[in-house]
Design a protein around this ligand. Structure first.
Ligand code: FAD
Ligand code: NDP
Length: 490
């Protein structure tokens, strides 16, 4: 029987204890609501599972950044010799030690998260939630089913990696959900997919001494500025990461020696090929976790395994909202999920009217040479403002610290995409080089505040940094002048 209006167990039940759900639940409690947060992780096909905190903490940003850092450290150790350190040139990483350090950190974050929820008086329920009606949910717990009623629900269930629909994909392949806790070295790895996850994982695997190959179905980093995306791919190729272009996998089989035989096909020529690998990593995108929710019981409609919301994160059912990766058509990033979740709670319980602004969100692809950007790509700026309305300032640059170890500066490049006339409002900033996220974060605030080219080039740089290169931009693409710097200090 449906609960009587006004007699619910909670004001708010949040389904999903990841970045979006936790931020929303904690903010709602701070604004006086009685809140429960359900979180449940289904194991991967090979049995990997994890604790509360969602994708970012357990199988996303955090372990990825730590493995990226491990790979950068390996590079730095080799550079150290050129700087006068006596370094044993036979150093190699210990995969199992790396995995256990990463997993220990994650477990400590899981623990802190639970303590934080208890301190903030959010009731944490370790159960899989599914709707009975628009005010009622059943949580499947280890101890049995529990029925929970609430005035309001926030769906923050995120997504999980997809597997391609080919023989052997699920039996023999792994995804990013398994990689960061893999109990053996990945070895020679086929990374299928050239989005964020594919490129980042291939990047750190190479840095750790393994042999990744990236299989690209169409283009690299779809949705990103394609000049920058191709520079990212070239910088990886220069480090010895091969790209199999216009290629899709056909099947995976396990050979008697334990190696995985992958058959594949070139989509342009139709030519088929095969190779053997120790690991096949699917990085072919993620799907929203709508299936278990029984959304039809609550009347919530879905769209391509996601949920469509309005500008207040409301679904088509008045008391049900959705935030984070599960919503359709918005950036799937942790800071987006956190801010959207927090603002939603403030609107629901804090009397706020502030809505989430999903535009001009800065992001970084943590490849060996990192790429960060904010605002429009060059092609989107041209689409929106016309080729005659857009000016692109660009330049290659040479990070000071690259000289002594003679690191390649070939792909250290940045550009500002701007209005062509008037105040020359900056539409987008793109940077390929070291510590890209750290460089772009501050510029993102400037761009959101209406940055112009005039302000940018009249900002005094901090020398010698790579971020200062944005203040030194003077060459436009349209001029055809050589964007390679002659000197660094004058
Ligand atoms: P999630 O964090 O996925 O949380 C959803 C939670 O709900 C999960 O714990 C899930 O198990 C649970 N759940 C699902 N269904 C139910 C149910 N029916 N009942 C109860 N619980 C349920 N973003 C960045 O900003 N920077 C990065 O560097 C970055 N790196 C990434 C690297 C990888 C490998 C991946 C996979 C993602 C990365 N992301 C990164 C993206 C980021 O992790 C996500 O955008 C973010 O975690 C989304 O948060 P969320 O709360 O929407 O979903
Ligand atoms: P993406 O959607 O970014 O990339 C998926 C890739 O897989 C594309 O190259 C796609 O090719 C390819 N692909 C899809 N299906 C197939 C198939 N059947 N066979 C071969 N290739 C296929 O997904 P990711 O999983 O990389 O990342 C998901 C999201 O997670 C990102 O959008 C991002 O928001 C978030 N994330 C953020 C990170 C960060 O902030 N640094 C890091 C990692 C993830 P095609 O272009 O042809 O479709």
């Amino acid at each position: 029987m449906a609960p009587v209006e006004g007699t619910y167990d909670y004001d708010l039940v949040v389904i999903g204890g990841g970045s979006a759900g936790l931020a929303c639940a904690k903010e709602a409690v701070q604004n006086g609501a009685r809140v429960a947060c359900l979180d449940y992780v289904k194991p991967t096909p090979i049995g990997t599972k994890w604790g509360v905190g969602g994708t970012c903490v357990n199988v996303g940003c955090i372990p990825k950044k730590l493995m990226h850092q491990a790979s950068l450290l390996g590079e730095a150790v080799h550079e150290a010799a050129a700087y006068g350190w006596n370094v044993d040139d036979k150093i190699k990483p210990d995969w199992s030690k790396l995995v256990s350090s990463v997993q220990n950190h994650i477990k400590s974050v899981n623990w802190v998260t639970r303590v934080d929820l208890r301190d903030k008086k959010v009731e944490y329920i370790n159960g899989l939630g599914s709707f009975v009606d628009r005010h009622t949910m059943v949580a499947k717990l280890k101890s049995g089913d529990r029925t929970i009623t609430a005035q309001t629900f926030v769906i923050a269930v995120g997504g999980r990696p997809r597997y391609p629909d080919i023989p052997g994909a699920v039996e023999y392949g792994i995804t990013s959900d398994d990689l960061f806790s893999l109990d053996h070295e990945p070895g020679k790895t086929l990374v299928v997919g050239a989005g964020y996850i594919g490129l980042e994982c291939a990047g750190f695997l190479k840095g750790l001494g393994y042999e990744p190959t990236v299989m690209v179905r169409s283009i690299v980093l779809r949705g990103f500025d394609q000049q920058m995306a191709e520079l990212v791919a070239s910088s990886m190729d220069e480090r010895g990461i091969p790209f199999l272009r216009k290629t899709v996998p056909l099947s995976v089989t396990k050979q008697d020696n334990g190696k995985l035989l992958v058959k594949y096909k070139n989509t342009e020529t139709g030519e088929e090929g095969e190779d053997t690998y120790d690991t096949v990593l699917w990085a072919v995108g993620r799907k929203g976790l709508v299936e278990d929710l029984n959304l039809s019981n609550a009347g919530v409609t879905t769209f391509k395994d996601k949920i469509q919301v309005d500008t207040k994160e409301a679904t088509n059912v008045a008391n049900i909202f959705a935030v984070g990766d599960i919503i359709y058509g918005k950036p799937e990033l942790t800071p987006v999920a956190v801010l959207a979740g927090r603002l939603l709670a403030r609107r629901l319980y804090g009397g706020s009217n502030q809505r989430m602004d999903y535009s001009d969100v800065a992001t970084t692809v943590f490849t060996p040479l990192e790429y960060a950007c904010v605002g429009l790509s060059e092609e989107d700026a041209v689409k929106q403002h016309g080729a005659d309305g857009v000016e692109v300032f660009h330049g290659y640059y040479k990070p000071t610290e690259f000289f002594i170890p003679q690191k390649s500066v070939r792909y250290c490049y940045l550009k500002a995409v701007a209005e062509r006339t008037g105040d020359q409002r900056v539409y987008g900033l793109h940077y390929l080089g070291p510590v890209a996220g750290e460089v772009i974060q501050g510029f993102a605030a400037a761009l959101k505040s209406g940055l112009t080219i005039n302000t940018l080039i009249n900002t005094v740089g901090i020398h010698p940094t790579t971020a200062e290169e944005f203040t030194r931009l003077s060459i436009t693409k349209r001029s055809g002048l050589d964007p390679t710097p002659a000197s660094c200090c004058s």
